[in-house]
Write a protein of this length. Structure first.
Length: 218
């Protein structure tokens, strides 16, 4: 079966519309993951022993199991305990949790590169813990982990394709539907791949621009 560029172009409007679902979910997941990772990082710094044990177990599970299994757990297992989530909600929660764990680990490493003397100086000025995090630690931390954060967001974008496995009608599921009807999977899958590539290129370019601005300010 030869590749037909004209057929690829004919499928792009429908694929582009479906790709907006992936883009919307990726934005929500990225925001939730950053907020969750920040909260998790602050919580771990507080060194509450029982909490740290629970967090360590969760981190080990998330890092040691495939993302697809985590999505299935949220979608198929949680209803058994009374949490009946929609496909999109379950998928967003699973990927956001997964991403927040990896971002939190990056933030933990980034914190170790910040001079502790800055915190001591802030404490000497009687600044509250909240102000120290907001004005001293977090701004520096996000600057230092920005390249890794951009990379994680690209992983999130690609991860949204897995939600097609739990009936979310995204660009991949739409491509599969088109190919099932036309028996031309080559063109439709290439179209889906190009759209994921386009989204991630935008993410990378925005990240590079942000890095350049931070470098100039620095």
């Amino acid at each position: 079966m030869s590749f037909q560029f004209a057929y690829l172009l004919s499928t792009m409007p429908r694929l582009c519309a479906a790709a907006l679902v992936n883009l919307r979910l990726a934005v929500v997941i990225a925001l939730l993951a950053i907020v969750g990772a920040t909260a998790l990082t602050i919580l771990r710094v507080m060194k509450i022993a029982p909490v740290n044990v629970v967090v360590a177990v969760v981190i080990s599970f998330i890092r040691g199991t495939p993302l697809l299994i985590q999505i299935f757990l949220f979608y198929y297992v949680l209803p058994a305990i009374g949490l009946d989530l929609s496909p999109e909600t379950a998928g967003v929660a699973a990927i956001a949790l997964n991403s927040s764990i990896f971002i939190a680990e990056t933030m933990r490493g980034g914190l170790q590169t910040i001079d502790p003397g800055q915190v001591e100086a802030a404490c000497a000025l009687s600044l509250s813990r909240r102000v120290i995090w907001q004005r001293v630690l977090l701004p520096q931390l996000f600057r230092r982990i920005l390249p890794v954060l951009v990379n994680e967001i690209t992983i999130v974008v690609k991860g949204t394709a897995l939600l097609s496995m739990i009936t979310v009608v995204d660009v991949l599921r739409t491509a599969q539907q088109i190919s099932s009807a036309s028996y031309r999977p080559f063109e439709t899958l290439v179209g889906a791949a190009l759209l994921f590539l386009a989204i991630n290129l935008v993410v990378i370019l925005v990240g590079m621009r942000g890095e350049s601005r931070l470098a100039v300010r620095g």
